[in-house]
Design a protein around this ligand. Sequence first.
Ligand code: 6YU
Length: 488
Amino acid sequence: GHRDAKVVIIGCGIAGIAAAQKLVKAGFHQVRILEATGRSGGRIKTGRIGDKIVEIGANWIHGPCEENPVFCLARQYGLLDPEALKPENQALDVGGHLPWVPRFFSSSGRELNAEDILPAQKLFLELINESSDFQSQRGEPWPSVNHLSPLVKWKDVDEATRSLRLCVISNMLKVECCVNGTHSMDEVSMGAFGLYKTLPGLDCTFPGGYEGLTQNLIAELPAGLVTYNKPVRCVNWNSAKSAEPVMIECDDGQKLVADHVIVTVPLGYLKKHHSTLFHPPLPLHKLLSVQRLGFGTNNKIFVEFDSPWWDADCEVIFFVWNDEDAVVDQVPDVQTSWIKKLFGFTVLKPTERYGHLLCGWISGHESEYMETLSEQQVTDTITQLIRRFTGNPIVTPRRILRSQWFHDPWTCGSYSNLGKGCSEQDLDNLMEPLPPKGLKSQPLQVLFAGEATHHCYFSTVHGAVLTGWREADRLISQILRGPSPQKC
Ligand code: 6YU
C-alpha cells in the first residue's frame, strides 16, 4: 500500500524527530532516521556544570502559548514549572523583548545608573521597531551601524553623557547580534526584519533540561527507528527519472535506497557541504538561496562562582565599553580583543536551583575565535574582564563551560538569519522539494525541513518542529493522492 513507502530522514534534531512522529502516526512503517552523531536532539543539547543542569544549545521556549507546539508538547510531557503553565504567563506579550532587571557596568570599573541608560535604551528600541516596520522595497533604514551616531541628536546633554549613551548603544547592538545569530547587524537585512514573528507568552525554560522534550518524543517512536553514528555523505536523487528511488550513501560506505528523503541538516552544514551532499547538484535558484540566507554563531559561556558579586534581584548584567562611542558591534582585532564582543551575562534563576551561575553571550567571528582557545585561556580572560568592570580585584570563577557551535562539524554555527539581500523568496527556495517546480506531477524525492526553512519562526525550536510536520504532511498528502497525472 501507499504507506509502504520507504522514507529516510537525515538528522535527528527536533525537525527530523517531528517529521518521523507525524509519518509514524499516519501509518508509515518504513521510516528511519540517520543521525551523524551518537545522540538525538541536535541543537537541543543539555549539559552539566558540576551538578547544575545547563543548556548548551536552545535555551527558552520563545512565546509559550497555545499556538506554540513546543509549549504544548512540554506541557503534555509534564516538563514545565507551574509558573509557566499559568494563563497569565501565556497572555503576556512582550514582543520578543525580555522584561529583565538589568545592571550596567562600564570598563572604567563603575556601575552605571538608570538615568545614564534609559535614553539610549529608548532610542535603540525606537530604531529597531522602526526597522521592523520597514517595507523591504524601501531599502535598508541605515547603511551600516556606524552611521547611527550622527542620527542620534540628544541636544541638551554634555559631550560625556552623549558619548556614554553611544557606548550603551554599541552594547545593545551586540545583544541584537546574539539574538539574530549574526556577526554584525550590518550583515542582516533590516528590511526583512519584519518577517520574524514572535508569539505571546513570557519565555520559559525546561527545569530538567530541554532534552526532556526530544527524549520523550523519541520514546514514542518505534524502537530502532534512529540509527546513530551514521553520517550521510551523498543523496543521489534523479532529476530526469524521478520515478526511481533515491540512493543514499553513508560515510561508512553503506548505500541505502529510499522512495523519499527528508533532509534536516542545519543551514550551516548545507552551506559548507551542498556540493558533495547532492548528486546531481542543487538547482541554481536553490543553491543561491542557501548562500544568501545567513547562518551565524552565538555561543554561551557559563561561569560559576562561590558567591555572587551581583544583587539578588539582578537578572541580566551588561558590560559597556567606554571607547565604543563610534557605535560598533565588531572588535578591531579578534585575537587581542574578542572578549569585547561578549555583551554581558544573564543570571540563572532561581538561585536555589542554579547557585551562583551566570551565562555569558557572544556572537560572530569573535565567538568563533573564542572556540579555538583553551578553557583556561577563556577562564583567564573572563576573570580579568569581570575584575575590571566590577572594580573587584579578587573575584574568581569556580569553573566555566562554553559551547562551540561553529566548530561542531554537523552544525557549523548556531542558527539562521536573513542576510542582507534576502527575501521571503529565499525561504521558499530553501524549503522547495526536489525535483523542483515544473515537474510537479513527479513524485517527491527530496524534501527539506529544519529551523532555517520556516517563514516566520526560523531560528527557533518551534519553527523547526513545524517544518518537520509540514514536510511529513507534504509527503502524506502526495502519497495518499498519488502523483497527479498530467491533465489535458
Ligand atoms: C529556541 C532558544 N537558543 C541557542 C543556541 C543555539 C540554538 N535556538 P538540528 O541542528 O537540531 O538537527 C540537525 C541534525 O542533523 C543534527 O542532529 C546533526 O547532527 C544532524 N546532521 C548534520 N549533518 C548530518 C549528516 N550529514 N548526516 C546525518 N545527520 C546529520 N531556539 O527556540 N529557543 O532559546 C534558542 C539557541 C546557542 C545553537 C538556539 C533556540 C535554535 C534551536 O536550537 C534550533 O532552531 C533548533 O534546535 C534546530 O532544530 P533542527 O532540527 O532544525 O536542527 C527579529 C528577529 C530575529 C530572529 N531571531 C530571533 C529569535 C531568537 C532565536 N534564539 C535563539 C536563542 C537561543 C538562546
